[in-house]
Design a protein around this ligand. Sequence first.
Ligand SMILES: C[S@@+](CC[C@H](N)C(=O)[O-])C[C@H]1O[C@@H](n2cnc3c(N)ncnc32)[C@H](O)[C@@H]1O
Length: 247
Amino acid sequence: MQVNPKIVKKQFEKHMDKYNQNAIVQESLAKKMVDALCNIQTSYDNILELGSGTGLLTQEIVKRLRYKKYFANDLILNSKKYLDKILPEYSFIQGNAGKIKPPVKMHLIISNAMFQWFKNLEKQTHYLSAFLERDGILAFSTFSPDNFKEIRETCGLTLNYKSIDEIKSALNKDYKILYAEEYTQVLNFSSPLELLAHMKNTGVNSLSSTHWTFKDVKEFCTKYTDTYPDIKLTYAPVIIIAQKITR
Ligand SMILES: C[S@@+](CC[C@H](N)C(=O)[O-])C[C@H]1O[C@@H](n2cnc3c(N)ncnc32)[C@H](O)[C@@H]1O
């Protein structure tokens, strides 16, 4: 399914204060991406972070990379409240990352757990390439089709996740891939309700734009427990680091 940025914004905004304690996968993903990036380059004059949220990636960047100017973007203005505690100085650009117009060119554009919401990855990464300096780096993490496979199998809800090969070919025209990694991480819950709360608190219930009735929730819980007695949920993250091709 395709997701409307307005719904994404609403879901994240509502549960932002509970995000950090639930975003175990997103936090280790941010660390892994910065680890990989450090093996390539640790110093970037201008950095633009897209979908900064509560700053899980921001805090990793501040610890591990050197930079002169930091630009952060999110659909949600409240992201600033979290970033103000992490970054001594920065510019905040509120809006859809696929449409913003940064004031200067960047040496690094980076994003954690956000690109899966882009409707057209090829178009969006092409758009972003215009804001990268010559040989600039685009680093992002997203998720592949096995992400939340239990949810897809139980109730058919899924995003249009791309496979790692599809992601690579979407970048093909504008970027050279420097690093690509995919892995899975499985979380276990004590009940399907705890799992639903986890998804809600990480903003992921934007998979469904319709409100679930009590009956829907009950049916989901029974089906989930029957199919997955260990109440597991699979995450399938992908990390990509690419360099702009300058023609
Ligand atoms: C899963 S959170 C990730 C937050 C943070 N990057 C992290 O490392 O935990 C996704 C964030 O991206 C933002 N977001 C989603 N779609 C966006 C878009 N099109 N443009 C800008 N921000 C977006 C959401 O508001 C949310 O704060």
